[in-house]
Design a protein around this ligand. Structure first.
Ligand SMILES: NC(=O)C1=CN([C@@H]2O[C@H](COP(=O)(O)OP(=O)(O)OC[C@H]3O[C@@H](n4cnc5c(N)ncnc54)[C@H](OP(=O)(O)O)[C@@H]3O)[C@@H](O)[C@H]2O)C=CC1
Ligand SMILES: O=C(O)C1=NCCCC1
Length: 335
């Protein structure tokens, strides 16, 4: 096991993206995104995903050089056609105007379509909260999740991320899939020979199973909280696909592109300027009061706490990367 400096890991991942056909701008954004996930201990969307990025790029399913097109949708609405490229470069192009619109009008909706999102979602919201805005992001993915009573999966694992400013320049962030587990964690469980929690998935016959391979081989994941998680999955399909002009998770068809792993769907980001609320007490102070109330009630861990602690440790000590993973990454630097 070696401990890699964050910038050295970003540089290695950047070489992989460039060697496999992305533009410099896309390589910069995705390398930083993927290294950040690994640094923060979000293993399902860190280095584990690099082989999938590469096989997808090589399959021709995604355009690593896409030029996202920004379209003004009105005072508080921005559309982006990601042009069959990755979602994060599309978001990066929209971000400055989205912030301006949110500050000018109180809110802004960013609707991204024809976009591939293969990553953790918190990097899409964190920077906005650091600039004093509330941010909510939703992405749909591909049909891995069966709602209660369904005969086959319809929803994606559809993550939802939320970020808001706290006092003292801190932020509160959560980022979660609608399924009990992310599909990436099921793949990791299958690779490492671990069983799933009892309520996570069903096999191809619709029977509950703890076997990750049975979920991957024609089975399905289940939403957290039964019909309640399923309703959130529905909302995300509506916001990230119907609203943006992207595909629903169940409409993604990559059968003509063997090796493809990234969903080509949509993303919806909502920004709110909390200074518009007119509240006498500052918004960040109110958020802080809420966090304090939770802590006083006994909640020891806030969402984001584990991740921020992992980040701090990794920035101090380096990011642990196994010799096996390092060899795999080096191999991906040659097309
Ligand atoms: N691109 C895509 O299409 C998809 C991406 N994903 C990504 O996969 C990643 C993992 O998702 P998921 O498995 O649902 O995430 P987790 O269940 O690991 O965590 C969800 C959230 O709950 C917080 N949390 C976890 N345990 C506790 C606890 N005991 N007390 C308080 N808070 C807690 C986490 O904070 P903390 O981070 O601090 O642990 C996090 O904010 C996400 O980054 C998601 O965006 C998932 C599905 C599809
Ligand atoms: O882990 C997941 O679930 C997913 N991650 C990337 C995109 C597809 C679903």
């Amino acid at each position: 096991m070696t401990h890699m400096d964050f910038d050295a890991l970003v540089a290695l991942l950047r070489r992989i993206f460039l060697a496999n056909g992305t533009s410099e701008a896309v390589a910069d954004i995705l390398a930083r995104n993927c290294a950040s996930a690994e640094r923060d201990g979000a293993m399902s969307h860190g280095l584990f995903r690099m082989a999938g990025y590469v096989s997808t790029l090589r399959s021709g399913w995604v355009d690593g050089r896409a030029q996202p097109q920004l379209e003004d949708g009105g005072a508080s609405f921005l559309r982006v056609d990601a042009a069959n490229g990755f979602a994060q470069p599309a978001l990066a192009i929209a971000a400055p105007m989205a912030i301006d619109k949110a500050r000018a009008t109180g809110a802004c909706v960013v609707a991204i379509r024809r976009s591939h999102h293969f990553a953790a979602l918190w990097p899409d919201v964190e920077p906005f909260a650091q600039q004093g805005l509330v941010a909510i992001a939703m992405v749909n993915s591909m049909a891995y999740v069966a709602p209660p009573g369904a005969r086959h999966p319809v929803y994606g694992t559809n993550p939802l991320a939320f970020a808001a400013p706290r006092a003292d320049e801190r932020i509160v962030v959560f980022d979660q899939a609608v399924s009990v587990l992310a599909h990436g964690d099921v793949q990791i469980a299958a690779r490492d020979g671990h069983m799933l929690p009892a309520d996570a998935g069903v096999d191809a016959a619709g029977q509950p199973t703890r076997d990750p391979q049975a979920v991957l081989d024609g089975g399905a994941l289940l939403p957290f909280g039964g019909h309640k998680g399923a309703a959130i999955a529905l909302m995300i399909e509506i916001m990230a696909a119907a609203l943006t002009g992207g595909l629903f998770s169940a409409e993604v068809d990559w059968s003509a592109h063997p090796g493809a792993q990234t969903p080509c769907t949509g993303e919806c980001l909502i920004l709110i300027d909390p200074s518009r609320s007119g509240s006498a007490v500052g918004f960040a102070d109110r958020v802080e009061q809420m966090v304090t109330a939770l802590q006083e009630a006994g909640q020891a861990r806030m969402p984001g706490d584990r991740r921020f602690a992992a980040r701090e440790k990794a920035m101090r000590e380096g990011i642990p990367v196994s010799a096996h993973m390092l060899r795999q990454l080096e191999a991906l630097t040659t097309a």
